[in-house]
Design a protein around this ligand. Structure first.
Ligand code: ADP
Ligand code: 5GP
Length: 198
């Protein structure tokens, strides 16, 4: 997509925004990494969250880990493009991060929950919404258990939330079933590349 820059009359590329959602454990993080490693010009917008870092996570890499107080202050200052309360914590995307990346010509990938994705659709209808679905709920449970990053109680909460999230997949522009990782990854790449070329 090119937009005329009225000040210089030169062509200035404004990037496209891609939003990835789907239930916890479906493979969003895995597909996101594949996309970022394989698609030039695609950047990830690092979200803010009030949840505690998992072992191995670093502030400013996976997330910006902030306090509830700071999150609420940022909400009151209208700094978020979208935010939501997910699995007992707040998560949000800073407007300034997305705007500066898009304006510098990068395509931007967000990995956010369904409530946040619908807020983005309202504010930026040109965003491309992609839902990652599991082959089955049983497989989702197996992946969450195998990942071994959450307690059984947290896994149960996430599986309950998954059922509600799956009902919203028809609000998305694309649905990818993450059965075979290579195939799903290629499908995601095709969606992003086709959009880039259009
Ligand atoms: P999410 O980011 O959606 O919570 P992850 O990317 O962390 O999910 O994936 C959850 C687990 O499932 C990880 O252990 C990952 O290696 C595994 N996984 C991802 N995609 C597939 C797939 N297509 N087939 C089997 N396992 C997968
Ligand atoms: P996790 O705690 O497993 O990293 O993420 C939990 C959920 O929060 C996932 O569904 C993830 O997509 C969502 N999430 C992460 N960042 C954001 C964000 O900035 N906004 C919203 N709305 N959801 C987010």
């Amino acid at each position: 997509m090119c937009r005329e820059d009225s000040r210089t009359s030169s062509k200035h590329r404004v990037g496209s925004l891609f939003v990835l959602s789907g239930p916890s454990g479906v493979g969003k993080g895995t597909l996101r990494e594949h996309a970022l490693n394989n698609i030039a010009n695609l950047v990830y917008s690092i979200s803010c969250t009030t949840r505690q870092p998992r072992p191995g996570e670093t502030d400013g890499v996976e997330y910006r880990f902030i306090s509830h107080e700071k999150f609420k202050q940022d909400i009151s200052e209208n700094l978020f493009l979208e935010y939501a309360h997910v699995h007992n914590d707040y998560y949000g995307t800073l407007k300034a991060d997305v705007e500066s990346a898009l304006n510098s010509g990068h395509d931007v990938l967000l990995e956010i929950d369904v409530q946040g994705a619908l807020q983005v659709r309202e504010k930026m209808p040109q965003a491309v919404l992609i839902f990652i679905a599991p082959p089955s709920v049983q497989e989702l449970e197996r992946r969450l258990t195998k990942r071994n990053t959450e307690s059984q109680e947290v896994i149960r909460t996430r599986l309950n939330n998954a059922l509600r999230e799956l009902e919203l997949q028809d609000k998305y522009n694309h649905v990818i079933i993450n059965d075979d990782l290579e195939r799903a990854s290629q499908e995601l790449r095709n969606i992003i590349m086709n959009n880039y070329e259009s």
